[in-house]
Ligand binder design. Structure first.
Ligand SMILES: O=C(O)CCC(=O)C(=O)O
Length: 266
């Protein structure tokens, strides 16, 4: 059974994240690791932490050549059941990003809110972050500040200025309270769900174990993907161009009637 339990939904609402009981089998994870290897091989010029559009086979504006197996994963009814507990019955897939931190030099993800980067109004997204390797403190697991989503606003972010980061924008120090920070340690096959407003990040991977996670991004059918609100560019730390980003209606309907499900599909 993959649906979020009532207490898991409650934790997602109050803390901004949850690690559900549901997990993927070892066989499934081995197959996904093979897909990840293929994705990395197909994109030799891209850092493995910055593989956006990992699910899209056709060429995209961001220059990444993706793998359809990740799109199949994003369609998995078990995963969609989890997302339904967080977002409700109308579910749109709009992104998929591989964050693979190689052993030794895996890059840091500075503290940020996803909402700083995304053209979704009203701002809403549930990210399902699937551990393809064991992800622990030592190899730079995802870290969160529980409850940091509750005001439902995007805090000020500054361009961090360092050149060895996965993303450039970082929540300013005066708005960060790291005292309650939690490391989301996951075994391969486990996953976490997090809210678009929750502050999160991860340390560099200086260990001798790779740390890979696949982030599937879903928004509710009550939001619009407003491609034109973010100008294409590389301010984020890598090329971002939402102008032709394809959307997939995974469940229910587009309640807004304003999302375009044709753009970017051919
Ligand atoms: O994988 C990581 O370390 C960071 C992931 C992240 O920032 C995200 O999924 O939004």
């Amino acid at each position: 059974m993959s649906k979020l339990l009532p207490e898991e939904i409650e934790q997602y609402r109050s803390d901004g994240y949850v690690i559900p009981e549901f997990r993927l089998s070892e066989d499934r994870i081995s197959a996904l690791r093979a897909t990840m290897d293929e994705l990395i091989d197909k994109n030799p010029g891209v850092r493995p932490e910055q593989l956006v559009n990992a699910h899209i086979e056709q060429p995209t504006a961001e220059g990444v050549r993706g793998c359809g197996d990740f799109l199949d994963l994003a369609r998995d009814p078990d995963i969609l059941d989890l997302v339904e507990g967080a977002l409700g019955p109308d579910i749109i897939l709009w992104g998929c990003h591989l964050f693979c931190k190689p052993a030794g030099d895996g890059m840091e993800v500075p503290w940020h809110q996803d909402g700083e980067y995304w053209p979704i109004r009203p701002l809403a997204t549930c990210t399902v972050w699937i551990a393809l390797d064991d992800s622990v403190t030592e190899n730079g697991c995802l870290r969160v500040i529980p409850g940091s989503h509750t005001e439902r606003r995007v805090y000020d972010h500054d361009n961090d200025g360092r050149d060895n980061l996965v993303l450039n924008y970082r929540v300013t120090d005066d708005q960060l309270d790291e005292a309650n920070m939690v490391d989301l340690e996951l075994e391969a096959g486990q996953m976490s769900l997090h809210d678009v407003y929750m502050i999160h990040g991860s340390n560099p991977n200086r260990s001798n174990r790779r740390r890979a996670g696949l982030a599937l991004r879903y928004m509710p059918g009550t939001s619009v993907f407003e491609r034109s609100t973010i100008t294409p560019g590389d301010d984020a730390g890598f090329v971002v161009d939402f102008s032709r980003r394809p959307l997939w209606l995974m469940r229910g309907s587009d309640q807004t009637g304003s999302n375009d499900f044709d753009v970017g599909h051919s």
